[in-house]
Ligand binder design. Sequence first.
Ligand SMILES: [Zn+2]
Length: 473
Amino acid sequence: MNQDATAGNIPRYYQSLDFEALWRDYPPAPDYFEGTYRMSRDALRAMQEQRLLRQMERAWQIPFYRRHWSARGMQPGDIRGLDDLAKIPPFSVHDLRDSVTSNPPWVDYIGIDPAEHAPLPLILQTSGGTTGLPRPMIFSPRDREVMNIVTGRRLYMQGVRPFDLVQVALSMGLTNGGVLAREGIWKYTGAVPVMTGSGAQTPTRRQIELLQAWKAKFLIGFPAYLRHMGLVAREELKIDPRELPVKGLIVHLGVDDRASLEELWGADAYDTYGCNECGTMAAECSHKRGMHVFEDAFVLEVNDPDTLQPKQAGERGVVFITTLFKYAAPMIRYNMNDVTSFAAGECACGSTHPRITKIYGRSDNMVKLRGVNVFPEAIGAIVSEDRRLNGEYVCVLEGADSGNETMTVLVETLDQSVPSDMLAAELADRLKEALGVRLRVETVARGGLDHLTGLSATSKIKRLIDKRRLPSG
Ligand SMILES: [Zn+2]
């Protein structure tokens, strides 16, 4: 038992950090946009380098990295600057899952041991955890504040201002998304978070009533859910979402169809990229020309998944993320398995920070069908373009006796006047044209996929059902 904790030495959040120093290092909005956002590339690189070396020092104190790196022949001091970054062996979520521990949730990538260390005010959030127990992540006050500052910056970039109401349709539970949005809005934007949560926490109709009554200007949620919400307003409540005061939809857009979502709501949709472990890593500015990486807090690489060599602008690869600020569980060359590319050229906003185009999908979600790589997300993009459908979809992958695998795309129809077999045939043709492989398409009525996707109940929506992995019999 930790003596400090029992002796009444309870850590106080506001004494656990030098806030003024933190804000000089990681300026919140609007200061950030006058300084770091426009800093010269050389100055930014020098800042990143200094922060990387400190992050490496911290990482060597953490059992996970000592084990992972030592096993691959790396020694403290090997990394002298950003040029050496590529020498650091990357790791993936599988390594985190395998992280050894005798005392969960104090897993060995976190680097805090309650039996040894002085108490700190900590927060625990987890991964989505579709199978087994979710992966724990613990944040120190500094970790959390930097993530809050970055959240505040991206919302400011996307137009959020003091006294605006921001309705957050992300669940407030174990995963970080909703909780972090609330902290960032509350502490660093002056706006007011309205935490409606997922459809299971506040039914969709009630979400719309609140939106209408309290006039939230911004909606945060998954694009599929915001599309669902807009359609429920229009089709069931006979409220035109374009008449509501929403002017910004803040989403992880991915390959979802921006135009149809914007048209449905009469609002701008802004893409954002983040994860449970690190919070927001990149976000679009008001020009919507790709997501600027918050380079004072992260080094983001786009690498070839096989050779690990960096990709040129416009070439797709997987994201490796390196945090520059974390105390608990720094992430150093964490292979996110998300496929993206750097955007070419400069953004009209004048930022010197590079942009990533969009997240095309997860490389571990990719399915190889008759020699063609297929991302469920890319199928979703095509489904969401078809105005006769509501954008909902599930891909079901099955193994046939002949050894051939088939994928069936289930979609929900909005327009009952079109015969469903005709609609299915047309969509199958369109998918073949876009993806280069023929898929089966089946249509169901609106809401018919809810039990498969979990759309109304959770914010982690299921798009791929892999029946190949089920045990037979
Ligand atoms: Zn920009």
